[in-house]
Design a protein around this ligand. Structure first.
Ligand SMILES: Cc1cc2nc3c(=O)[nH]c(=O)nc-3n(C[C@H](O)[C@H](O)[C@H](O)COP(=O)(O)O)c2cc1C
Length: 185
């Protein structure tokens, strides 16, 4: 049931990954699901950069550079950097989430971000179908990888989807009641 698929979706973090490989075909299934997100004026702003196998170490280099150049000296943490790089290398793949602004700016930017987030939700729901898991990470340094990721004009990195197969079933999620977030007129 769709209701259960939605409620069972969880953020699965790299320390929960089993180390099992994820095939290119499986990643294509996730991306195909993402591609069916709704999009105002069909701008289809979602863009993905897939790193897997040997290219994960390339992404780790990009992240190290971005973290080092964007973090003020007094905030720099070698420990945090090490942990971040470990997340990359323990993932089966990392899908970099990008948003391509429509050159004609035919819709407001927030709608492009919203459509990209809906694409990520599709992808995220589909991971469950394949017995995979992952989560969306949105660190500050995501904006400092423009050149390395070969982003186009108007293309922005919104974060990283860390992907892998997981060892144990995640704990059930929690949400405050929808009644507290709804006003009926
Ligand atoms: C746009 C977006 C950005 C997120 N960024 C982060 C992040 O930087 N670090 C993190 O630990 N989780 C991040 N998350 C995952 C949330 O922490 C997670 O969805 C939330 O805790 C609810 O857990 P659940 O996904 O298991 O339901 C992000 C989620 C979204 C939708």
């Amino acid at each position: 049931m769709l209701d259960q698929i939605i409620k069972n979706r969880r953020s699965i973090f790299p320390n929960q990954f089993s180390g099992k490989a994820v095939s290119k075909e499986e990643i294509k299934i996730l991306l195909e699901a993402a591609n069916w997100a709704p999009t105002h004026r069909k701008t289809q702003p979602w863009r993905f950069k897939v790193f897997r196998e040997d290219s994960l170490s390339v992404l780790a280099e990009f992240i190290e550079k971005a973290y080092t150049t964007t973090t003020p000296e007094h905030q720099f943490s070698a420990f945090k950097l090490k942990k971040t790089l470990e997340k990359v290398t323990t993932s089966a793949a990392v899908i970099v989430i990008c948003m391509q602004r429509d050159p004609k700016e035919s819709v407001p930017e927030w709608e492009e971000v919203a459509a990209t987030a809906m694409a990520v939700q599709n992808l995220w729901l589909m991971t469950g179908e394949l017995g995979l898991g992952g989560y969306w990470s949105s660190p500050g340094y995501r904006t400092a990888m423009h050149t390395e990721l070969k982003l186009n004009t108007g293309e922005e990195c919104l974060g990283f989807f860390y992907l892998g197969a997981y060892k144990e079933e995640p704990l059930a999620g929690e949400r405050d009641a929808i009644e507290d977030k709804t006003v009926w007129f």
